[in-house]
Write a protein that binds this ligand. Sequence first.
Ligand code: 0WE
Length: 256
Amino acid sequence: MGLLTGKIGIVFGVANKRSIAWAIAQAWSREGATLAFTYQGERLKENVEELAGTFGPETLILPCDVTRDEDIAAVFAQAGAKFGRLDLLLHSVAFAPREALEGDFLNTSRDAFKVAHDVSAYSLIALARAAVPLMTNGGSIVAMSYYGAEKVIPHYNVMGVAKAALEASTRYLAYSVGPKKIRVNCISAGPMNTLAARGIAGFGDMLKHYEAHAPLKRNVLPDELGATGAFLASDGAAAITGQVLYVDAGYQIMGM
Ligand code: 0WE
């Protein structure tokens, strides 16, 4: 029997087949979970319908801009109507205006700071608040982070500050919802070749840097994020909450 048989999950952040959200969704499904998906904007609707449709024609697929409270309310109303309950939530959503990831951090605008934190960090709190009433048997919330939350990664800029807020929010949420047997954790992934990474100057060099310096001398594979996502969602992780798990080929332990 699968690790997640009988569990119901909702996945935020699939854009295409390379998305980290898709890798984790596939692992959740493989382990027996029933899933719902959301997509951000009409542009991504077809992609997500094509991918999520492989789980059967009645898979729930809903639009959700995580900066809109009415979208979030509608998503959880429909998930509640269809499933009556929720066990798992994946947050794999981030955005900062491109210019904020290119220039000098000193020039971060108020608006770029606001957008990055709203989309990438506050959304975890908003989604958790909407999910908690449906997590009547306890639950597992998993969010994606990156090492730029704790150390300076050139050009990651305001996203690093937003990921620091996401990780701190994970701890405060874990404390808030712990009494309801709901766990909240982050996976801090090594750099992955996703849509979010496309066009980032020097990204190829960054993958090479990890290969050279990480203890395992390689980069991380999508399936490995899936496996960690499945573990955190499973009852095997029942006493793990408020943590950041590094799935980065060991890179984070290095001092030099
Ligand atoms: O969290 C991320 C990227 C998230 C992201 C990506 C974009 C690109 C397109 C957020 N906002 C935007 N806005 C856009 O307009 N990563 C962990 C991947 C990433 O992004 C970097 C990295 C790494 C690693 C940006 C600069 C330096 C390193």
